[in-house]
Each structure stands twice: as structure tokens, then as C-alpha cells.
Write a protein that binds this ligand. Structure first.
Ligand SMILES: CC(C)(COP(=O)([O-])OP(=O)([O-])OC[C@H]1O[C@@H](n2cnc3c(N)ncnc32)[C@H](O)[C@@H]1OP(=O)([O-])[O-])[C@@H](O)C(=O)NCCC(=O)NCCSC(=O)C[C@@](C)(O)CC(=O)[O-]
Length: 298
């Protein structure tokens, strides 16, 4: 079991990208600033993708311009291609993420190209990122199931994860996009993928659609992973995975890690405050069970 875990907060991006209602730039900025104040060291702020595909992320450059960036904290963005990277550089972003999939059908639906084409698209992005001193993280979606193809062979995940790692992604986040994974399958997946990418270069990204996310994180901890993506108040879903609920709530992950005596450097009360504020802005119940329990006990 690791002594310290790194939490990658994806709420402002993965969480908000799926919202139907418009969200003001000021509310997004407040969310990121609240997360910084809660002690997060890595915040995925937005994405530079086609506004026709994901309209909610269209204001990402303005959000980056207005957030208060604290030294030592990484403020990252998703970029699907060179055009996205150029927009991110223009907005002063210092770390980006590329996103591929282990399923052909999901790759087509999400980024309008095959897996091989996506990897070819990432190559010039990686080169330009290197030239500009920008670190690149990689995502693989559908690692434990695909909304269009069903079961996904772990070897296919390992192939894409290895390709991303080999082209220069410093870390590869394994996305259970539709949350169908269970702890045994998660352990098996990590066992297979870690033959191609070292465990300390892998992260877990679990959606909680089937209520398995915390169990899957625990299983991943047992397998030696020590980086996890999560979303404050359990915000989110995926625009290209119908019915997918949010990422596991950051507050719930933090509570579990604290119970295991694992350090993160994050203040749970401040995080609960951030999650409650954005839930009220969105007019929806707080998706964190820990937050709901704590707030109802006040
Ligand atoms: C990848 C594309 C652009 C391909 O979309 P395309 O239509 O094949 O792209 P294209 O190169 O043919 O260009 C078409 C138009 O898009 C524009 N365009 C092209 N690139 C960009 C860009 N970067 N920023 C802004 N505009 C762009 C381009 O300029 C052109 O504009 P037009 O001439 O028609 O006016 C599109 O499919 C897209 O934007 N997809 C994004 C989908 C997305 O953001 N999904 C959610 C994130 S992934 C996720 O949530 C999963 C994850 C990471 O959390 C892990 C997990 O849980 O699984």
C-alpha cells in the first residue's frame, strides 16, 4: 500500500463537460480557485476540443486567463490534436493530456477517428509539446468495457497504453469510462497493462456508474498504483458514453485514503465546501456521499 497518493482533480473538465446548461466562466474559475485552496496539486481545468463536439468547454481559454495559479500546482487541459495544443499554448497552459481509447467504436464516436489514426494525430502534438517544454499525460478510455462494443480485452488496453507511453506521455490514465469494472477485473487489467507500462506510470480513472469505483481504487492500490483521477462532488459523465455517471467523488476517495493512513495533502472540509458550492450552482444534489453525510450532520 503506498504511503502517499496523488489525486488528479478532473471535476472542472470531465465533470463540467457533460452539463447541458450553460455554466458561466466565473463559476468555473471559482471552482478551480476553490480546489486550489483545498490543496489539490493537479487540476484539469478544461479542454481545447471542437466547440461543436463539446460546447461546454468552449470557454477554457478564458478560464485559464482568470484562475489564480498557485506555484507548485499543475493546471492542465485536454488536447485531441495539434490545433488543440496550439490553442492551449496560446492560453499559457503548461501541461496537456491526449486521449485515446481501447475500443475502435468509442474512438470513432469520441474523436472521429480510428485508434491508429488517433495515435498518428498525437505524434506531431507530442513533438510540438516537447519543443515547448509541455508535459503530456495520456488517457485510454474504455479499459474495462465499452458502451458500443461491450467487453474489452486487457491486451488491447495494454497496446494503446504502451503506444502513448512510448511516444512520450509521462503517465497513462486508465479510464473505466462507463464504470462497469469490478475489483477482480481491475487487478487483472493492471497486471496485463503493467507488462507494457510500469505501475508507477499508470493512473486509475474510475467512473462510479455501477458503484464500483472506490472498490476499484482499493484494488488498484493493492496492485501498486498511486495516482487516481477523481471529480469533486462526483460531477460529470462522458458526452460519448450515454448513461455514464460522474467520476468517483474526490471527497469519497480522500475519506477512504485518510482512513488508510495515506497522505494526499488535501483538506477534506475545504474540498467538501468546493463540491457543495458547485453543486448549488448547478442546482443538483451533491454526488459525494461523504459530503452529504458531513453536511447533513452539521
Ligand atoms: C478531435 C475532434 C476535433 C475531431 O473532429 P473532426 O470533425 O474529425 O475534426 P477536423 O480536424 O475534421 O475539424 C473539423 C472542425 O473542427 C475544428 N477543430 C478541430 N480540432 C479542433 C480543436 N482542437 N479545437 C477547436 N476546434 C477544432 C476544425 O477547425 C474544423 O472546424 P470548421 O472548419 O468545421 O469550422 C473532435 O472529435 C473533438 O473535438 N472531440 C472531442 C471529444 C471530447 O472532448 N470528448 C470528451 C473528452 S474524453 C473523455 O471524457 C474521456 C476521459 C479522458 O475522461 C477518460 C474516460 O473517462 O474514459
Amino acid at each position: 500500500m503506498p504511503r502517499r497518493v496523488r489525486l488528479v482533480e478532473v471535476g472542472p473538465r470531465d465533470g463540467l463537460q457533460n452539463e447541458k446548461q450553460p455554466i458561466d466562466v466565473a463559476d468555473k474559475v471559482r471552482l478551480v480557485d476553490d480546489l486550489t485552496a483545498a490543496g489539490l496539486h493537479y487540476i484539469e481545468v478544461g479542454s481545447f476540443v471542437s466547440p461543436k463536439w463539446v460546447p461546454q468547454m468552449a470557454g477554457s481559454a478564458e478560464v485559464f486567463a482568470q484562475i489564480k495559479q498557485k506555484p507548485g500546482v499543475t493546471y492542465a487541459a485536454l488536447t485531441p490534436n495539434l490545433k488543440g495544443l496550439e490553442a492551449a499554448i496560446e492560453a499559457g497552459v503548461s501541461e496537456v493530456a491526449v486521449f485515446g481509447a481501447a475500443s475502435e467504436a468509442f474512438s470513432q464516436k469520441n474523436i472521429n477517428c480510428s485508434i491508429d489514426e488517433s495515435l498518428a494525430r498525437f505524434a506531431p502534438l507530442m513533438e510540438a509539446a516537447r519543443e515547448n517544454g509541455i508535459q503530456v499525460r495520456g488517457y485510454v478510455s474504455c479499459v474495462l468495457g465499452c458502451p458500443y462494443e461491450g467487453e474489452v480485452d486487457p491486451k488491447r488496453v495494454a497496446h494503446v497504453a504502451h503506444a502513448l507511453f512510448a511516444m512520450g506521455c509521462y503517465e497513462v490514465s486508465l479510464g473505466d469510462t462507463i464504470g462497469t469494472g469490478t475489483p477482480g477485473k481491475t487487478r487483472q487489467l493492471i497486471e496485463v497493462v503493467s507488462r507494457e507500462v510500469p505501475r508507477d506510470k499508470l493512473a486509475g480513472h474510475f467512473h462510479d456508474t455501477y458503484g464500483q469505483a472506490l472498490a476499484n481504487i482499493y484494488a488498484s492500490l493493492l496492485e501498486g498504483l498511486c495516482t487516481f483521477d477523481s471529480s469533486v462532488a462526483g460531477l460529470g459523465g462522458c458526452p460519448y458514453a450515454k448513461g455514464a455517471s460522474g467520476n468517483v467523488a474526490s471527497e469519497d476517495v480522500l475519506y477512504m485514503l485518510q482512513g488508510l493512513g495515506i497522505e494526499t495533502g488535501i483538506d477534506l472540509d475545504a474540498l467538501i465546501g468546493a463540491g457543495q458550492r458547485i453543486s448549488e450552482v448547478l442546482g443538483r444534489p451533491n454526488g459525494s456521499r461523504v459530503a452529504r453525510a458531513r453536511l447533513s450532520a452539521q
